[in-house]
Design a protein around this ligand. Structure first.
Ligand code: IPE
Ligand code: IPE
Ligand code: MG
Length: 250
């Protein structure tokens, strides 16, 4: 399946975002504020994910992409990294059947080769089990980096036509890890930082950006609706003028 590229052709701007991508940040600070270990924040963070997945399904969002672990997060203390891996395993064990029952497709996106074999097998099984579900696609970005994604796509693209030089944007986009999804309409980052932190660099060319101070464990359905309401107030011009957009509608 191929999707419209925002740089090749101005896409439709749907009223409800078809694709929401979230950097779930602030777990550690949420815990520290309560004199709890950082891990308590990550555990709370998983609970927040559950609520937001359900809410997105109910609101008719088709793709929800969650940044769970970046290619730079290996720089954290070993103990935090291994606790995060364990949390990922338990979350998969607990949530996959429920997601399947709710017609949700799960994808895990990133360089999975660095994870231990048990986790890789669990991911593959979860993806297989939910592959035919159509209500909502939840993509978990794990050991993901936007630069990694572009580089792996370039390598695959060049391997397909060795010795060639005249590649197109569309050809590269086909090899991105999330080629199955349209570009995100709305990007949300919780936790107060206003940066992309090597998330979906290629795909966010024309994504509407929304930043909130709220720490991820405190991000509720109301917070999600505020972000969607902010998105709905934006004029998505994709390079054109306001007058051109009005002509299109009128
Ligand atoms: C986001 O929360 C979760 C991961 C990166 C795994 P953080 O752990 O980055 O929380 P803060 O930013 O330290 O508060
Ligand atoms: C970004 O959060 C990655 C995830 C939420 C998984 P970080 O907390 O790692 O980002 P920086 O280091 O503050 O940019
Ligand atoms: Mg952080």
């Amino acid at each position: 399946m191929t999707h419209t590229s925002s740089t090749i052709e101005a896409p439709q701007a749907p009223a409800v975002p078809r694709h929401i991508a979230i950097i779930m940040d602030g777990n550690g600070r949420w815990a520290t504020k309560r004199f709890l270990p950082r891990m308590a924040g990550h555990v709370k963070g998983v609970e927040a994910v559950r609520g937001i997945v359900e809410a997105c399904a109910l609101r008719g969002v088709e793709y929800l992409t969650l940044f769970a672990f970046s290619s730079e997060n290996w720089r954290r203390p070993e103990e935090e990294v291994s606790l995060l891996m364990r949390l990922f395993v338990t979350a998969l064990e607990r949530e996959v059947s429920k997601m399947h029952a709710n017609d949700i497709r799960l994808r895990v996106v990133g360089d999975l080769s660095r994870f231990d074999q048990k986790l890789q097998d669990m991911i593959a099984a979860a993806e297989r089990k939910t592959a035919a579900n159509t209500r909502l696609t939840v993509s978990i970005c794990a050991n993901y980096g936007g630069r990694w994604d572009i580089m792996q796509a370039v390598r695959k693209m060049m391997a397909q036509r060795p010795g060639e030089h005249d590649f197109t944007e569309a050809e590269l986009a086909e090899h991105l890890a999330m080629a199955y999804a349209p570009e995100p309409d709305l990007f949300i980052r919780t936790g107060g930082e206003e940066r992309i932190s090597n998330f979906l660099l290629w795909q966010m060319a024309y994504t509407e950006l929304y930043f909130t101070q709220t720490y991820w464990p405190d991000f509720t359905l109301e917070s999600l609706d505020q972000a969607i309401a902010s998105y709905q107030e934006r004029e998505r011009r994709f390079g054109r003028t306001s007058a051109q957009l009005l002509e299109q509608v009128g």
